[in-house]
Ligand binder design. Structure first.
Ligand code: NAD
Length: 478
């Protein structure tokens, strides 16, 4: 899988070499030594954090756009240099995901998040004059971050929100506070070293749900951005403020009888198992047309999927990954396939990526979002049934869907019916967020509120400035 272009790889190498050089200089007490007076951005109370962020935002605006661009570049460099640190800390702290995939996600967030170029003004001119639509910052933004992409979301939202001229109060998931606060600290340091103000990115030392709720209500917060499950999206939508909600997904992958089955198998297993299934965009169930179902299952096994062969094995899996109350058993979120299989008495090769099994469409593993490398497969008689079921399974979350097909009509019909924010054709789901696919990246995919793949422009207010009767240079003579 090619995630980065040659130029991006060169950029990563350049940044890492520069970082190592700076560290060596720092060890010698040279110019790269970090000033002890720099703020970490971490406070005890929400009140202090918001006040500091508010002051920082005003200072940012005084610096101008060129400096803001340098600050963004410094944030990128620091995030690239710390990608492995963040990845390791996240795996250790949360017990979820895969180190290498987290490194990839951190690098993509650092390098493929749009910067200040994303907030260019729009211009209209005509017989009545010149109108300019400029993008102004909101001010101080509350960004509530998940446990599944902790540092990645700080890097991605941090770059986008600051590029738009805001400061950011990060509200970490309590279960990922160590790595989230580390990312806040690293970026703060980088911003200050680049000549930016302290506290553009702040957080609190001991995050709790109560503190998040206090933050949402804080009068100085003018935009709330939630990246997480349905609870937090609901909380920000009820805030009475401008809110961006990036919620849960349950992406179906359709395979029709025209698809390249080997590629479909490879892509679906890669997408489902990426970071052990904890990505909201990851393929969570497969709907395959029955004439190609056996072949797909066979090919998936060649790509590292382990097939559960009977009802009894499937029932054991379901008992493991759900609680007695029928909820998702969080103990197995983000665990690797081999250890999940071991828990149900199956010894599988160490490099097993996903657990596959055949069920009916109304099965709990199909209808609910399991953030694990488990992948139910549903046989359907044709594309019509596949589309109808996929729409029902996606459940109006407007998140992500995937199709493997060579039939443009099938792909078009599915896209129109499912109305997801991300719609990937003939590739793994992560191609949809710039990992090995074209386009920029985001870690905040706003399906419920409709912004889509958020970037700096979504963190601005549009102001229309109208010059009447002047500067219509195309349509008037002297
Ligand atoms: P989570 O909903 O448990 O937590 C996310 C954040 O919200 C945390 O900071 C948590 O402390 C806070 N929170 C949760 N409930 C809250 C409430 N009632 N009031 C205030 N704050 C609350 O999510 P998670 O387990 O960390 O992450 C996984 C979930 O997030 C999955 O459902 C996944 O699909 C989704 N997700 C979506 C996106 C996206 O871009 N759409 C990105 C990443 C994760």
């Amino acid at each position: 899988m090619e995630v980065f272009t040659e130029m991006q790889v060169e950029e990563i190498v350049r940044i890492v070499v520069e970082q190592v050089r700076s560290r060596l200089l720092a060890d010698e007490g040279g110019p790269a030594a970090i000033a002890p007076s720099h703020s970490t951005g971490i406070f005890d109370e929400i009140e202090e954090a918001v006040a500091a962020a508010s002051e920082a935002q005003a200072a940012l605006l005084r610096l101008g756009l060129e400096k803001r661009g340098e600050i963004i570049q410094a944030m990128r460099n620091a995030a690239v240099a710390n990608a492995e640190v963040f990845a390791r800390m996240a795996v250790e702290e949360t017990g979820m995901g895969r180190f290498q995939d987290k490194v990839t996600k951190n690098l993509v967030a650092a390098l493929k998040t749009p910067g200040i170029e994303d907030i260019r003004p729009e211009v209209m001119s005509g017989d009545h004059g010149l109108t300019l639509e400029e993008r102004q910052p909101f001010g101080v933004i509350a960004s509530i971050t998940p446990s599944t992409n902790p540092s990645e979301t700080v890097v991605n939202n941090g770059i986008g929100m600051i590029a738009a001229g805001n400061s950011v109060v990060i509200s970490p998931h309590p279960g990922a506070k160590g790595v989230t606060l580390k990312a806040v600290e690293v970026l703060n340091q980088a911003i200050q070293e680049a000549g930016g103000p302290p506290n553009l990115l702040v957080s609190v030392r001991e995050p709790t749900i109560q503190k998040t709720q206090d933050l949402i209500k804080h009068p100085k917060i003018s935009l709330v951005v939630a990246t997480g499950g349905p609870g937090v999206v609901q909380a920000v939508l009820c805030s009475g403020k401008k809110a961006i909600g990036a919620g849960a997904g349950n992406p179906p992958a359709i395979v029709d009888d025209t698809a390249d089955i080997c590629k479909a198998a490879r892509d679906i297993v890669a997408g489902n198992s990426f970071d052990n299934g904890i990505n909201c965009i990851g393929e969570k169930e497969v709907l395959v047309v029955e004439t190609v179902a056996d072949q797909l299952i066979e090919e998936m096994q060649k790509c590292g999927a382990y097939l559960l062969r009977n009802k009894e094995e499937i029932e054991r899996l379901v008992r493991l990954v759900t609680t007695q109350e029928g909820q998702i058993n969080k103990a197995f979120v983000g665990k690797d396939a081999t250890s999940i299989l071991k828990e149900i008495g199956i010894s599988a090769p160490k490099d097993t990526k996903s657990i596959i099994f055949e069920v009916q469409a109304d099965h709990v593993t199909v209808m609910e979002e399991f953030l694990m490398p488990i992948l139910p497969i549903v046989r359907v008689k044709d594309i019509n049934e596949a589309i109808e079921l996929a729409v029902c399974i996606e459940g109006g979350r407007h998140h992500t869907a995937v199709i493997h097909s060579k039939n443009v009509d099938n792909m078009t019909r599915f896209a129109l019916a499912i109305k997801t924010t991300i719609f990937v054709k003939n590739g793994p789901s992560f191609n949809g967020v710039g990992i090995g696919g074209e386009g920029y990246t985001t870690m905040t995919i706003a399906g419920p509120t409709g912004e889509g793949l958020t970037s700096a422009r979504n963190f601005t207010r549009v102001q229309r400035c109208v010059l009447v009767e002047g500067f219509n240079l195309r349509g008037k003579a002297q």
